[in-house]
Design a protein around this ligand. Structure first.
Ligand SMILES: *[C@@H]1O[C@H](CO)[C@@H](O)[C@H](O)[C@H]1NC(C)=O
Ligand SMILES: *[C@@H]1O[C@H](CO)[C@@H](O)[C@H](O)[C@H]1NC(C)=O
Ligand SMILES: *[C@@H]1O[C@H](CO)[C@@H](O)[C@H](O)[C@H]1NC(C)=O
Ligand SMILES: *[C@@H]1O[C@H](CO)[C@@H](O)[C@H](O)[C@H]1NC(C)=O
Ligand SMILES: *[C@@H]1O[C@H](CO)[C@@H](O)[C@H](O)[C@H]1NC(C)=O
Ligand SMILES: *[C@@H]1O[C@H](CO)[C@@H](O)[C@H](O)[C@H]1NC(C)=O
Ligand SMILES: *[C@@H]1O[C@H](CO)[C@@H](O)[C@H](O)[C@H]1NC(C)=O
Length: 388
């Protein structure tokens, strides 16, 4: 760990200690800062880099669903189990970067006064292991006692190695602030990254407060223009988009994935397939009038971002497969349900998705597999042009 990050850690600890600064959620405002400068969006944090052997490993914890029924015994027991899973997986997988891919908290069971304290518990194993990470938020993270923005601000406050950011004002739509990207460099002194990780806010759930109403469950149309703008700026600063690789994370799968499940071949597309996709399983499918509202996002992502090795989602806890989305010729992958909270069957198991870049060549395939808490691995595939 670099000295600067140790110092940041100490400052954080001195300022906040272990007590929770309380804040009035209603007064929270979206940051009005301008879009961060391209060359250095994280001036106070170490750069994320490949290892010296040219590899880079990401581990994804999805759908942790913390905070269910805190008034019963089983809710807190689930959370203790989820922490145990993280504490087992982190030292054995030794990821270079971790993604928490949405539904961190079951917001329906959260309390207004202390909901964000759950974030402290979720990130504790990452803080202890000093692993850089970031999060997306899911439909259960927007409820009358919690919002995506509250979760992000708390994470930024209590986790020195959180790389989660918020989009500029006007981007992301109602309750959808979590759109941002993270550059990954070959070495910490390079001027251009070899990989860009993109994160999108698929919203959903319910708005904050007593008069809570349903929030649209797709990546807002404004994000499409933002992707184009950011991509153009990256191209100006770093050269053509073909020079770098990309991965994208969004909690709810794009709606086009729903129609692909019927074509799955478990030999070619391995992984648990126990969750039938229906209304609400993918973006913008709960009513006919909104069908396809995520198309603007999907079109812009695939038009502007090159070498996009996969788009990765959680949300449907019983699915682990990866499939090629033919209209854009891009691979979509489900995560692995990591939390003991949230719906599921014990037989599905709990675990993570690992993704390993074996080279900084932006065209090189990415190895990915599901790893269960007990150490078993399955659905090991290479994400490249030959997949499926
Ligand atoms: C916690 O994990 C243990 C061991 O795997 C399991 O037996 C138990 O059912 C889990 N508890 C809950 C509430 O998920
Ligand atoms: C929200 O928080 C308030 C205050 O802590 C609590 O009374 C209420 O039961 C919580 N849940 C919902 C769904 O309002
Ligand atoms: C929040 O407060 C409720 C009600 O007092 C309690 O049951 C719950 O455990 C608290 N949650 C946290 C994360 O502190
Ligand atoms: C919620 O709605 C009720 C009834 O329309 C209204 O009287 C109340 O002021 C609203 N509360 C808030 C916080 O907006
Ligand atoms: C995109 O860039 C244009 C031109 O700089 C700007 O006017 C617009 O606000 C930007 N839109 C978004 C969504 O970033
Ligand atoms: C599934 O894929 C395998 C391997 O490519 C192939 O041999 C098999 O015929 C496929 N099954 C179906 C039903 O298409
Ligand atoms: C996954 O497959 C690759 C290529 O066959 C192999 O090198 C690697 O050891 C496998 N990983 C796991 C965890 O099974």
């Amino acid at each position: 760990m670099r000295l600067s990050s140790i110092l940041a850690w100490l400052v954080q600890w001195t300022v906040y200690g272990s007590s929770a600064p309380s804040f009035d959620a209603a007064s929270l405002q979206r940051s009005s800062e301008a879009s961060p400068t391209l060359t250095n969006p994280y001036p106070d944090k170490p750069r994320i880099t490949f290892r010296s052997d040219g590899t880079f490993k990401i581990t994804v914890f999805s759908d942790m669903h913390w905070g269910e029924n805190p008034w019963d015994a089983w809710g807190p027991e689930q959370d203790a189990n989820s922490t145990r899973l993280m504490e087992k997986v982190l030292p054995s997988e030794k990821p270079d970067f971790v993604v928490l891919n949405g539904d961190l908290i079951t917001g329906e069971n959260a309390f207004k006064d202390n909901a964000t304290l759950l974030i402290d518990r979720i990130v504790a194993p990452l803080n202890a292991a000093q692993i850089p990470f970031c999060s997306t938020q899911g439909n259960h993270d927007n409820q009358k006692n919690i919002t995506h923005l509250q979760e992000i601000l708390r994470e930024q406050q209590v986790a020195p190695l959180s790389y989660t950011r918020v989009a500029p004002p006007g981007v992301g739509g109602v309750e959808g602030p979590g759109n941002y990207w993270i550059p990954v460099f070959e070495t910490s002194t390079d001027s251009a990254p070899v990989l860009v990780l993109w994160f999108f806010d698929s919203r959903g759930g319910f708005s904050y407060g007593d008069n809570s109403t349903a929030v649209p469950d797709w990546v807002d149309e404004s994000v499409a223009t933002w992707i184009e703008n950011e991509s153009n700026a990256m191209n100006d600063a770093w050269g053509p988009p073909e020079n770098r690789a990309a991965l994208a994370f969004v909690h709810i799968p794009p709606h086009l994935i729903q129609g692909l499940q019927a074509e799955l071949n478990s030999t070619k597309e391995p992984g648990l397939n126990a969750d039938s996709l229906g209304s609400g399983s993918t973006q913008s499918t709960t009513d006919e009038a909104n069908l396809g509202k995520d198309d603007a996002f999907w079109n812009s992502l695939n038009a502007n971002v090159k070498n996009l090795h996969a788009v990765i989602s959680g949300h449907d806890h019983g699915n682990e497969w990866c499939i090629r989305e033919p209209s854009k010729d891009v691979i979509f992958c489900f995560d692995k349900h990591a939390g003991y909270g949230g719906y599921g069957e014990p037989s599905w198991g709990y675990g993570v998705r690992n993704l390993v870049f074996s080279s900084t060549d932006p065209n090189a395939g990415v190895q990915t597999w599901i790893r269960l808490e007990d150490g078993d691995a399955r659905a090991n595939i290479t994400l490249d042009k030959n997949y499926a």
